[in-house]
Design a protein around this ligand. Structure first.
Ligand SMILES: Cc1ncc(COP(=O)(O)O)c(C=O)c1O
Length: 383
């Protein structure tokens, strides 16, 4: 009954593990990639008012013009990045839909697509749905989980249709400086490869500024599909609203699919997103709190022997278990069953990462303190 393409896809490693967590309410979960804040009140209030006023219709397929216009203004102000609200921005049901549309719009069967690893779980799965062939670009702890230009160059020799990466990264929190991005672009620009850059955590950059890939130069902008959204920075996961910026041909192709599959993003979510762009003070408050937690958890993980590359953004860290010679799944299960703390085994983000776990610090400082104490107890037993 089911197509071979879909049968082949393995379920999300995160889901698989979290099926175990279900029904264990006493567990401190550092597993889910979701803000622990509710959406700021002014955003919720706008959505409530819009509903009261009877805003319950479809919008244009591309999304409300006012939202596209405000996104365009926001990107120009923040990054000096210019996208026309007329035909270079598409509003989607989260970055998830934006990514799906991007892949479906450009990938032909057997096309090669580079996925930088450790990766966000959706990337290889959706490339495979389109019968594309995934080329994994493995990054290593000794390179701070950053792309090794030599390795990238080797994979580019296979003339891939696209390369997909995400920064600040889920699951490592790693991000790139303009110099590093330029070095990557110099190599990609020699080919026809399209860049799909998922920058959903851009607002959660703790050191220095975020630099969108598309802001490198005009050629990079023309070749980049820039994905972003409101789920993480603005704590709006349930609203399901994201956006894609790209050249008009790509946006038109993506919108063609979107108009038949989703039709449009829910109007209430779009109205809420317009308000979100004005909620910069609330955004800063949440960001400062994540930073406080990051500083705490990184220091503590290193203290208890779980070496952690300092995450510069997002709300994850990716500590190493190598010192304890235990596999990620065994560690995660022991931590869950013996200590009631949930983390995600690194293998959910690439099979090479069986000596790592992903820890989300989108949780209260009190819970993080308890979780660290329980991890330390488990590690003392393992030693
Ligand atoms: C890197 C990355 N991209 C996309 C998504 C999905 O985001 P959205 O809620 O906008 O669909 C996530 C969610 O965890 C993510 O971590």
């Amino acid at each position: 009954m089911i197509s071979k393409r879909v049968e082949k896809i393995s379920p999300s490693g995160i889901r698989e593990f979290f099926d175990l967590v279900l029904g264990m309410p006493e567990v401190i979960s550092l597993g889910v990639g979701e803000p622990d804040f509710v959406s700021p009140w002014r955003i919720r209030e706008k959505a409530i008012t819009a509903l009261e006023e009877g805003m319950t219709s479809y919008t244009s397929n591309q999304g409300l013009f006012v939202l596209r216009r405000d996104i365009s203004t926001h990107l120009k102000k923040k990054y000096s990045l210019e996208y026309s609200p007329e035909d270079e921005i598409l509003i989607t049901a989260g970055v998830s839909e934006g990514f799906d549309l991007a892949i479906r719009a450009i990938v032909e069967p057997k096309d090669k697509v580079i996925v930088v690893s450790p990766y966000y779980v959706a990337y290889p799965a959706l490339v495979e749905v389109c019968s594309g062939e995934v080329l994994y670009l493995i990054t290593k702890e000794e390179d701070s989980f950053k792309i090794d230009p030599k390795h990238l160059n080797k994979l580019l020799d296979q003339n891939p249709k696209a390369i997909i990466f995400n920064y600040p990264s889920n699951p490592t929190g790693v991000t790139y400086t303009p110099k590093e991005l330029k070095e990557i672009w110099l190599l990609i620009s020699k080919k026809d490869t399209i860049v799909i850059s998922d920058e959903i955590y851009d607002e959660l950059t703790y050191e220095g500024k975020h630099h969108p890939f598309a802001s490198l130069d005009q050629k990079a902008k023309d070749r980049t599909i820039f994905l972003n959204g409101f789920s993480k920075g603005y704590a709006m996961t349930g609203f399901r609203v994201g956006y894609v910026c790209a050249n008009a041909r790509i946006i038109a192709a993506m919108n063609k699919i979107h108009s038949f599959s989703a039709l449009c993003t829910p109007i209430i979510s779009q109205i809420a997103a317009v308000e979100a762009l004005r909620a910069q003070r609330e955004l800063m408050q949440m960001k400062n709190e994540y930073k406080r937690r990051r500083d705490f958890i990184v220091k503590e993980l290193n203290r208890i022997g779980l070496h952690t590359v300092i995450p510069k953004g997002a709300f994850y860290c990716f500590p190493s278990l190598k010192k304890f010679k235990i596999k990620a799944m065994d560690f995660a299960k022991k931590l869950l069953y013996d200590q009631k703390v949930a983390v995600v085994p690194g293998t959910a983000f690439g099979k090479e990462y069986d000596s790592y776990v992903r820890i989300s610090y989108a949780n209260s400082l009190d819970n993080l303190k308890t979780a660290i104490a329980r991890m330390e107890e488990l590690l003392n037993q393992i030693c």
